[in-house]
Design a binder for this molecule. Sequence first.
Ligand code: CP
Ligand code: NVA
Length: 312
Amino acid sequence: MPALLHLKGQKRDFVSLADYSREEIWELLRTAKQLKVAHKAGQERPALRGKTLAMIFQKPSLRTRVSFETGMTQLGGHAIYLGPDDIKLGVRETLEDVAKTLSRYVDGIMARVFAHRDVEELARHASVPVINGLSDREHPCQILGDLLTIWELKGRVEGLTLAWVGDGNNVCHSWLQAGPKLGLTLKVATPEGYEPLPEIVEYARRFGPERVTLTHDPAEAVSGADVVYTDVWASMGQEAEAERRRKAFKAFRVNKELLRRAKPDAIVMHCLPAHYDEEIAHEVAHGPQSAIFDQAENRLHAQKALLALLLR
Ligand code: CP
Ligand code: NVA
């Protein structure tokens, strides 16, 4: 059984990929692969029998909610969905009290929040592992599933180039925190004013300044790329900016013409949900180069690895 993530007597959170080393990320990916193979062969062990995960959601979700809940079931455990109206996180009582109370009942907490500091605060006060299921700043679980997908489809991660087309948002930030550390080159194309946070770019460049390029030209980023990745123009919580963003992002649409600039065997990725009249054309998202439903599936296997290692 893997040992890297096992700190004697200490809990380990998964709030940010910046907290995980290259070796630990690979350990999670290898475990995910083993669990996926075992599940498909009908040989899965109930590694989390009797364990419970609390899932706090301040925002809507399809993939995160269903993959975490299904993952707990497949591992022999149980998950409790706590939607926006159930506990009213930060309104009804303090985050500290929520974290301390939940820690007396459950074996792990997954939280999807608006403000990143809220998931950090839950982690600070909980005595059980806290997993970030998306914040305004980061989406580490997404990138774990995506890395598994790239590894499966391309046979490797190191040495590949991923073009990011669109907003320098939470998903882009998590890519910056994991990609260069694993030897991936990131070419990030955003409109002016929508670049990723400078401190996260700086962090990524520690793993090789040549592994991170920022541009405002999507064609430049996509040229010769192995992976073309995009996400919504306006994330959850940015609905009021949607109109302004639609104008700013008009040229940042992944369509057939843009994709032709990538390598002929490039794959297209999107974390979903997608807007087919905006950031990605339906024919590309559902075309032969698309990996989007492999990504969606791999959320399940990657998060099961996380649960199995953190909640043991
Ligand atoms: N990609 C993702 O996190 O999807 P949901 O918002 O549906 O969970
Ligand atoms: N950037 C998007 C990702 C959704 C999974 C959002 O935060 O809404």
